[in-house]
Design a binder for this molecule. Structure first.
Ligand code: COA
Length: 319
């Protein structure tokens, strides 16, 4: 157990990547009985991207993050890649990404579905505490390979994409303007494996209503635990960057927690659910839109198949 309390961590650069091909809600009406209006109203999704490979999208997003961070391949000490749609069952996808980026360091995948990138961030924190310098934390997915776009229960939701962040240790501490992981929580409940899963060579199977219910519970529980560890309340959170699954899931959880959609980053309309990639992609969007100021408290919130969930409250570094 990593001790509770501030641990210096700051984001040096963030990037994302989407394959060029777009599948709109209207496109889906050719293969299933649905409508743009129904999908938008029940999920908030307008389109999703398809194509590409998990390693290719991850490499593209990570290269952007590294350029924005101003780091060279020799500066990266580890690659953590969250994915639920790896290029191969074996080996992991991270080594191929490290090779493409010209890195000479450890590289492994994290399989925690839509919570994977936040799990990865907490793993990165542990390595930084052990003296590691800079770590790439990536989320990348090609969910089109495990999605049946003729099934209206699942095909409306999922798409492809990648997001990546370069993080490094920040020795300053939050009171001196340093970035920090103020609190975090990771959890899992294997009793719910059967509500969202894919077998080898299969496609995603889902009990949508039960996933919805369990997701709301997980969000409320995990947010509460992370804020408790940080010793902070809902009002201390400046921005929430949640997993992008369904806007109605967030609205239901926000009613219980007291967040508003104004405090929330939303990219779901243009990306759909890209599992482990949604949170770093939404972070990239938030930075692009200047929604994060130095000293802000940013809550990352992941939940998904497993069930797994993970949240992390980050104090954004002064510079
Ligand atoms: N288009 C049009 N109609 C649809 C439809 C679609 N894609 N899917 C279902 N319907 C219809 C149903 O047949 C049903 O019709 P009926 O009332 O005449 O029987 C009605 O819409 C309601 O169906 P229901 O299954 O109750 O829909 P829902 O409100 O639960 O929405 C999901 C379905 C999948 C959008 C919703 O359950 C959901 O988003 N769950 C969470 C999934 C998720 O986020 N997974 C990833 C987690 S990381």
């Amino acid at each position: 157990m990593i001790p509770a309390g501030p641990t210096g961590l700051r984001f040096l650069g963030v990037g994302s990547a989407l394959p060029p091909k777009i599948l709109t809600n209207d496109d889906l009406t050719a293969s299933m009985d649905t409508s743009d209006e129904w999908i938008r109203e029940r999920t908030g999704i307008g389109q999703r991207h398809i194509g590409g490979t998990t390693s290719g999208l991850a490499t593209e997003a990570a290269a952007v993050a590294m350029t924005r961070a101003g780091v060279d391949p020799a500066d990266i000490d580890l690659v953590i890649l969250a994915t639920t749609s790896p290029d191969y069952i074996c080996p992991g996808t991270a080594p191929a990404v490290a090779r493409e980026l010209g890195l000479d360091c450890g590289a492994f995948d994290v399989s925690a579905a839509c919570s994977g990138w936040v799990y990865g961030l907490t793993i990165a924190q542990g390595y930084l505490m052990q003296g590691m310098g800079r770590i790439l934390v990536i989320g990348s997915e090609t969910l089109d390979r495990i999605t049946d776009y003729t099934d209206r229960g699942t095909g409306i939701l999922f798409g492809n994409g990648a997001g990546a962040a370069v993080v490094e240790a920040d020795p300053r501490g939050p009171d001196a303007g340093g970035g920090a992981l103020l609190g975090w929580d990771t959890g899992a409940d294997g009793n719910y494996v059967h509500i969202l899963y894919s077998e080898h060579d299969g496609v995603l199977q889902m009990d949508g209503k039960e996933v919805f219910r369990q997701a709301v519970k997980a969000i409320v529980r995990s947010t509460t635990r992370t804020l408790e560890m940080a010793g902070l309340g809902i009002d201390d959170v400046d921005l929430v960057i949640p997993h992008q699954a369904n806007v109605r899931i967030l609205e239901a959880a926000w009613k219980k927690l007291g967040f508003s959609m104004d405090d929330t980053v939303e990219i779901l309309e243009r990306t759909g659910n890209t599992s482990g990639a949604t949170i770093p992609m939404a972070l990239d969007q938030a930075l692009h839109d200047d929604r994060i100021a130095p000293g802000d408290n940013v809550l990352f919130l992941g939940f998904g198949a497993g069930m797994t969930w993970a949240s992390a409250l980050v104090r954004w570094a002064e510079s």
